[in-house]
Design a protein around this ligand. Structure first.
Ligand SMILES: C[S@@+](CC[C@H](N)C(=O)[O-])C[C@H]1O[C@@H](n2cnc3c(N)ncnc32)[C@H](O)[C@@H]1O
Length: 280
């Protein structure tokens, strides 16, 4: 996998995620990441690939459960952050490397017991290639597990993405929205297109809980300053004199969904589509 040091050649996909610092948002997702990998049965001796792993919300707990874990992410700053977290935690069965979920060059076929991608590979362009690559590197009889935000869902992240898109310039022609990974019919079409029988694909709604040590307005500021899609929306809104409207809209959203009664803490559950694919 290439380590492209020349910023001029970076894809929009890579630039989007390197411009921010997703570690600031991921800090609010650790408990759900840990619960998820336990729920899907990650365990000792398994080989796990975590695609779009960020700084390791699911990769670190997978390694703590005894799996041998490779994390792959398009953003080099997050790969570095993940390797730092692994070293700080003394986890030698986990490494992070730069790569693209839609083209896993250098990753051998049929070698992982679990290929996990939680709100990660959904952001890669070429979803058909993503499905094909995830299936290719999974051992026969083992699983791909994806977590994908659902378009039109009323809960937090789907609404952040919708609001951010409303303030952003129209996407380039041919752009496929990441949240189509949250539409069951699209998921089935992509995996059957990669050779998986329809009966081997399961889709079910699940909940992730964001837990931030700050007010809803503080949490919005983290998204404004560190979450690529929201940073882009603020850049466009600023240019149109609409940044205050965008900020107000997001603060209203976060306040209305906050379930915490403690001042200075924000707890927001968000619904996603959990996709499980049994590779034959
Ligand atoms: C919303 S974050 C989720 C990170 C992590 N899975 C977590 O739950 O904390 C999306 C991640 O997908 C990564 N990503 C986006 N496009 C990618 C691609 N084409 N290949 C690999 N990773 C990608 C981003 O860099 C970012 O780390």
């Amino acid at each position: 996998m290439s380590q492209n040091a020349n910023t001029a050649e970076l894809s929009p996909n890579q630039m989007l995620w390197e411009k921010g610092d997703f570690t600031r948002i991921a800090a609010s997702m650790r408990d759900s990441g840990e619960k998820l990998v336990k729920a899907i049965g990650v365990g000792p001796g398994q080989k796990v690939l975590d695609l779009g792993c960020g700084d390791g919300t699911t990769a670190l707990p997978s390694a703590r459960l005894g799996a041998e874990v490779l994390g792959v992410d398009i953003a080099r700053n997050l790969v570095e952050a993940g390797n730092r977290r692994a070293a700080d935690a003394g986890l030698f069965n986990l490494r992070f490397q730069h790569g693209d979920a839609s083209n896993l060059t250098g990753v051998a076929s049929s070698q992982f017991d679990k290929v996990i991608s939680i709100f990660g590979a959904m952001f890669a362009p070429n979803p058909e290639n993503v499905a094909r690559e995830m299936v290719r590197v999974t051992k026969p009889g083992r699983q791909v597990v994806m977590g994908n935000w659902i378009p039109g869902d009323p809960t937090l992240v789907a609404q952040i993405l919708k609001t951010s898109a409303a303030y952003s310039p129209p996407p380039p022609e041919g752009f496929v929205s990441p949240v189509r990974w949250g539409v069951e019919a699209d998921v089935r079409a992509r995996f059957t297109g990669a050779g998986v029988p329809d009966a081997a694909i399961r889709c079910e709604p699940e909940t992730y809980v964001f837990d931030h040590a700050g007010t809803p307005a503080d949490f919005v500021a983290e998204f404004r300053d560190h979450y690529g899609p929201t940073m882009n929306a603020f850049a466009a809104a600023n240019a149109n004199g609409k940044a205050a409207d965008l900020e107000r809209e997001l603060i209203d959203l976060f306040e209305s969904q906050n379930t915490s009664r403690a001042a200075g803490r924000t707890v927001i559950p968000a619904t996603f589509l959990r996709v499980t694919v049994q590779v034959g």
